[in-house]
Design a protein around this ligand. Structure first.
Ligand code: TYC
Length: 112
């Protein structure tokens, strides 16, 4: 017989006829993630920080207030986790918005 799939169990698919079929490794790796970390300073008003967390990080008032107080008491706090480009954009937005309002508020990004 010339059909190469022929054997005693022609009705079975390859992986059930004694052939080893290995799963391929996924070709795409998950992108690394970065956390945006807000830094404390002595001058930026608390309500401005809450506004930034609402505006740039999409937090509701309650969460924004909690994160602002965490940064105020501990020195820094995580605002969110994003891909590289999004985290970079958030850091730039914080800096630009703070500068427009003459506040020294800063954030950084770290691999999550
Ligand atoms: N420490 C500031 C103050 O006492 C408030 C503040 C909170 C500033 C969080 C920055 O990321 C910050 N007015």
């Amino acid at each position: 017989m010339s059909d190469e799939k022929s054997n005693e169990f022609p009705e079975l698919p390859d992986n059930q006829r004694g052939l080893v079929v290995e799963e391929e490794e996924p070709k795409l790796k998950k992108p690394p993630l970065y956390q945006v970390v807000l830094l404390n300073d002595d001058y930026t008003p608390m309500d401005f920080v809450v506004e930034v967390l609402e505006l740039i990080f999409g937090m509701d008032r309650q969460k924004a207030t909690r994160i602002m107080l965490e940064v105020h008491t501990k020195g820094k706090g995580r605002c969110g986790v994003y891909t590289y480009e999004i985290a970079e954009t958030k850091v730039a937005q914080v800096s630009s918005y703070a500068q427009q309002h003459q506040h020294p508020l800063m954030s950084t990004m770290e691999e999550a």
